[in-house]
Design a protein around this ligand. Structure first.
Ligand code: CAA
Length: 260
């Protein structure tokens, strides 16, 4: 993996852990961080030995948002380009073939909440604080907040949070479905790793195709999504991993997904 100034990557067995590492500004995202994330994701996608990616932040924040000091002097065109850069990086995360878990250790505000929402699963530590406070700065969310928050939590919750700029704690985030689990900080990463390892122990092709089908369904009608599901279900049957999964069940043993 290339050398990055603002990112730290570590591979732990079948799980990759990416840390946003700019703690002096609570991991705020400027163009440099986003460009590094984009390059990382391109390289990461080539490593077929990793089955789950965990994204977290160094220090007390997950990510405290887009870099406010960098945005201060942006022109209209630069603002549009910055937003499009964020969108392109977060779409890469969303469309990564393997599952991505956001381990929301602390502040996930603005672009940080948007980063978490581009991930497939969000777990939070009790210290996490989340929200879209952009309107307090006189801007709208720019890295997908108006779209993904409404899709994840529904339009009324999205409007309430975005219009008020409210910063909510981890338990409220769980109540509204923004995160699915809240854990004490001291055991947080261990528990996230257990979740990642549980996913990594399932049939890898089936996990990848399930992610693709869920994502496809969100962007289409039920009928289109259902048809796509039938296609990927059929595709599984042609793969040795399904034969192995069925055989392992019948023979009362653990599946070996590396078996051809
Ligand atoms: N951009 C740039 N710098 C940031 C930052 C951000 N989003 N968030 C924090 N920092 C910097 C602070 O300026 C401070 O730097 P200095 O030491 O040089 O002053 C350092 O990080 C530590 O932050 P604080 O001293 O403020 O820490 P705190 O614990 O007192 O407060 C906080 C934490 C409540 C998260 C507060 O830092 C804060 O409100 N941050 C901004 C949150 C925000 O508004 N995010 C949305 C940004 S807009 C956006 O994201 C647009 C989009 O959708 C694309």
């Amino acid at each position: 993996m290339g050398d990055f100034k603002n990112l730290v990557y570590e591979k732990k067995g079948l799980v990759g852990v990416l840390k946003i590492n700019r703690p002096e500004v609570l991991n705020a995202l400027n163009s440099e961080v986003l460009v590094e994330m984009s390059a990382f994701l391109d390289e990461f996608e080539q490593d077929k030995t990793v089955r789950v990616l965990v994204i977290t932040g160094e220090g007390k924040a997950f990510v405290a948002g887009a870099d406010i000091k960098a945005m201060h002097s942006m022109t209209q065109l630069e603002g549009r380009e910055f937003s499009m850069l964020g969108h392109s990086v977060f779409s890469k995360i969303e469309n990564l073939s393997i599952p991505v878990i956001a381990a929301v250790n602390g502040f996930a505000l603005g672009g940080g909440c948007e980063l978490a929402m581009a991930c497939d699963i969000r777990w939070a530590s009790e210290k996490a604080k989340m929200g879209q406070p952009e309107v307090g700065l006189g801007i709208t969310p720019g890295f997908g907040g108006t779209q993904r928050l409404a899709r994840i939590c529904g339009p009324a919750i999205a409007k309430e949070l975005i219009f008020t700029g409210a910063v909510i704690d981890a338990n409220r985030a769980r109540e509204i479905g923004l995160v699915t689990n809240v854990l004490p900080l001291d055991t947080f990463m261990d528990e996230v790793m257990k979740l990642a390892e549980q996913i990594a122990s399932q049939g890898p092709v089936a996990v990848t195709l399930s992610k693709a089908a869920i994502n496809k369904g969100f962007d289409s009608t039920f009928a289109t999504g259902a048809m796509y599901e039938s296609e990927v279900f059929g595709l599984c049957m042609s793969h040795p991993q399904a034969k192995e999964g069925f055989s392992a069940f019948i023979e009362k043993r653990k599946a070996d997904w590396n078996k051809e």
